[in-house]
Design a protein around this ligand. Structure first.
Ligand SMILES: *Cc1c(COP(=O)(O)O)cnc(C)c1O
Length: 373
């Protein structure tokens, strides 16, 4: 079976991990700051806070806003559950805005419709690695004094209007899970241009404590610290940070290979009347985390089963959030209120896409997809 995604780890990544494991600081040491600086250098952001998962990064990004309980955060229903769960962890209310069919991203016009006097933030997702209309979303947030958090777990290395993802929103979140662009096993980060948010995020990942163990370790330093927030232990280890630094050096190669595979799919599949292929909006560079197609005149679940039977690890991203029983019980939303999300969900399929995929595997996928059901 050709999987839909998988990591690519090199000997020098292993060396980097080994070096740290044989040193003094295997967690909360100097590699964390180095990884954060490397993330800033790559994205043009001024601050980064590395944590143990993309989910933790989303959680502390929302928490750092210090919004009153019951505030509303507008987000997309077409994402992984971690996005909107971060709103619930913080006792805030997720308000879903329907998506745009072509990009599967949150539609700025639908954001405008959902704004009430309780709205305090917008949390977007760059679906598949294709950036949202960030210029318009930034404008909406500024006009209504809303915070802008970007879940860019699909979009490391992407850009929008000539500006890197990581510099648009008040806080941008990345994940380093094995299916993402670079991996630390589990891992994530929040990027921001705001030093006050950075300070808060650094405390939130470490129990809400204002000085790290590293900062309290020198001969001249004292034992004292304060706990200012109800934070958690969301720390990344130093050996994971070392792996992240080493993986980040390969990001350009990874992005290039992903784009190459996407081009080959588009070229080979463009003649098939049963498929609507993904497009890239002018001014965007796509990070190609996923290559998703919409089926026309073919039943999606039958197609899914047939492709899995042919050894192709197709997948479905995503089951809309409002369809899950937990969310149904909590918010009682009707799928009819999200006609474009419903239409896309009923027809979407993700094809295998990862940098390590060989040309032969790409051709096997194309062949299997091109055969009649
Ligand atoms: C992967 C992902 C997350 C969660 O990241 P983890 O590192 O797995 O916790 C959140 N949002 C989106 C859109 C993702 O793809």
């Amino acid at each position: 079976m050709i999987p839909y995604a998988r990591q690519w780890i090199f000997d020098d990544d292993l060396e980097a991990v080994r070096d740290v494991l044989q040193g003094d600081w295997i967690t909360t040491g100097p590699k964390i700051g180095e990884f954060e600086e490397a993330l800033c250098a790559r994205t043009g952001s001024s601050h980064a806070v590395a944590v143990n998962s993309g989910t933790s990064a989303l959680d502390i990004a929302v928490q750092a806003l210090e919004l009153p309980p019951g505030s509303e955060v507008i987000t997309t229903p077409f994402t992984f559950v971690a996005t909107s769960n971060a709103i619930l962890y913080n006792r805030l209310k997720p308000v879903f805005a329907d998506i745009d069919r072509e990009t599967r991203n949150i539609d700025p016009d639908r954001i405008r419709e959902q704004i009430t006097e309780k709205t305090r933030a917008v949390l977007t997702v760059d679906f598949a690695g294709h950036p949202c209309r960030n210029d318009e979303i930034r404008e909406i947030c500024d006009a209504h004094s809303l915070a802008f958090i970007e879940d860019a777990c699909h979009a490391l290395g992407a850009s929008c209007g000539g500006r890197m993802i990581g510099t648009w929103a008040d806080m941008t979140v990345f994940s380093f899970h094995p299916v993402k662009h670079i991996t630390t096993g589990e891992g994530g980060a929040v990027l921001t241009g705001d030093p006050r948010l950075t300070e808060r995020l650094e405390m939130l990942r470490n129990h809400g404590i204002d000085r790290s163990a590293f900062a309290r370790s020198g001969p001249g330093s004292g034992y004292a610290y304060d706990m200012k927030y109800l934070g958690r232990n969301y720390r990344l280890t130093d050996f994971q940070a070392a792996m992240g630094i080493s993986q980040l050096r390969k990001l350009d190669r990874f992005l290039e290979r992903r784009a190459e595979i996407a081009r080959r799919y588009s070229e080979a599949l463009s003649g098939l009347p049963s498929l609507e292929l993904p497009a890239t909006r002018a001014g965007n560079t796509h990070a190609w985390h996923l290559y998703t197609v919409l089926l026309k005149g073919i039943e999606r679940d039958a197609f899914f089963r047939e492709m899995r039977g042919r050894g192709i690890g197709v997948n479905v991203h995503y089951i809309p959030i409002y369809r899950f029983s937990y969310y149904r019980a909590l918010l009682n939303l009707s799928p009819r209120d999200f006609p474009r999300t419903e239409d896309v969900f009923s027809r979407i399929i993700s094809l295998p896409l990862y940098p390590r995929m060989t040309d032969g595997e790409v051709e096997r996928v194309i062949e299997a997809i091109s055969l009649p059901l």
